[in-house]
Design a protein around this ligand. Structure first.
Ligand code: ADP
Ligand code: MG
Length: 368
């Protein structure tokens, strides 16, 4: 008999909840992080991201459930977790120590030998392009350099897992983008499993191997960035991950291997019944992303519905056009930026890629 390989996840949460008095910050969290994985916890402010990371760091004690780190139960363990490297939300450096001394700090706490400490510090500073700044004090380096030093400090002791809680939230866009690429490059090079918390969907989509979407203390979606953007499991997730056209479903008819869905205004869609559709007794909506909707002049002979241009937003490479469908409801469609802007009030044809529509669950909560 061939047995499955025994791969222990780096971190696992089993039925974990956390309440602060009457506030339920996290509800029934079940989650595993595998070796080498870059997992992003994505959710709005107050959704429970910091609480979740804090339970692995050891600064937050769970109310219920079990947390394991490399197979070991750490649920009630409140001693220092040497194998966790972390950047907490709004973390800072020790002001009276140089960059190199700040980075050496975790090794010093562990009583590392001086020569080895120096080797490890130099090696991680080199990886983050910080050797030139090693003798400077925190007041003498820029904000994005400070974030680099925090990354170096979190990684210097070769942790089993790296946790980062909104590390780039306070940087301006250009620095944020550069550091996103850099963190990703370093994470790949070191293959250190990482949990990254952010409220920024663009950041989550470009950095992650996998995203866990959290809303109001509950995991509402778990998948690859592409899967969650193109095939969101529910309405909340569809709208949180990007602009979404949502059409209200009037009727769902199962016909063998197909499901015919009729929306407000009589628009019809055919879905493959085997393609993970919401259960027939669940409320559902049709979702289409703007970049998969197209507008054409009325004279063209496409198979489409008539609409009136309501609003045009110029975004550089593209223009985002809101149209009012003749059948009722509005749709957002992206057209190339170099097109002559569609005139407000003009009539156009609106069509979408075949297969671009998704039927999503209206309710994001798991079925009881
Ligand atoms: P996020 O990091 O996603 O912004 P948090 O984990 O900080 O969310 O917070 C989740 C919820 O728990 C929020 O409602 C917040 O107000 C509450 N909360 C967090 N920390 C505490 C605390 N120490 N005491 C009381 N409530 C808290
Ligand atoms: Mg937070």
């Amino acid at each position: 008999m061939i047995s499955a390989p025994n791969i222990t996840p780096v971190v696992s949460f089993k039925d974990v909840t956390k309440s602060y008095g009457k506030v339920a910050a996290l509800k029934e969290i079940n989650l595993q992080v595998d070796d080498g994985e870059f997992l992003t916890v994505l959710g709005p402010t107050g959704s429970g991201k910091s609480t979740l990371l804090g339970m692995i760091v050891g600064s937050v004690l769970p109310s219920e459930g079990v947390i394991r780190l490399e197979g070991r139960d750490i649920t009630r363990l409140d001693s220092v977790r040497c194998n966790v490297g972390a950047i907490c939300q709004r973390d800072s450096l020790l002001a009276h120590r140089t960059v190199a001394e700040n980075v050496a700090y975790p090794l010093q706490c562990r009583g590392a030998h001086k020569d080895q400490m120096r080797r490890q510090v130099i090696s991680i500073l080199a990886l983050l392009d910080l050797v030139i700044d090693m003798d400077r004090y925190p007041s003498e380096i820029s904000r994005d350099q400070t974030q680099r030093v925090l990354v170096a400090r979190a990684l210097v002791a070769q942790p089993s897992i790296l946790l980062m809680d909104e590390p780039l939230a306070e940087l301006e866009k250009a620095h944020r983008n550069a550091l996103q690429d850099e963190i990703k490059r370093i994470q790949r090079a070191l293959r250190v499993p990482t949990i990254y918390a952010t409220h920024d969907r663009a950041e989550a989509l470009q950095m992650s191997d996998r995203i866990v979407v959290i809303s109001d203390g509950r995991i509402v979606a778990d998948g690859t960035p592409r899967d969650l953007y193109e095939r969101p499991p529910n309405l909340w997730c569809a709208q949180f991950l990007g602009t979404a056209n949502i059409l209200t479903v009037r009727e769902r008819q199962r016909q063998g291997l197909e499901e015919r869905v009729i929306c407000d205004g009589g628009l019809q869609f055919i879905f493959d019944a085997a393609d993970g559709l919401p259960d027939t007794d669940e409320e559902a909506s049709v979702m289409i992303r703007p970049e998969r909707c197209h507008l054409a002049a009325l004279t063209s002979r496409s198979n489409a519905v008539t609409a009136t241009v309501m609003h045009v937003r110029y975004l550089g490479g593209r223009q985002r056009v809101t149209v009012q469908l003749e059948s009722g409801g509005s749709v957002i469609a992206d057209v190339p930026g170099h097109w002559r802007p569609p005139e407000i009030g003009s009539a156009v044809l609106c069509s979408w890629d075949s297969g671009a529509a998704r039927l999503v669950k209206t309710n994001s909560e798991a079925k009881a």
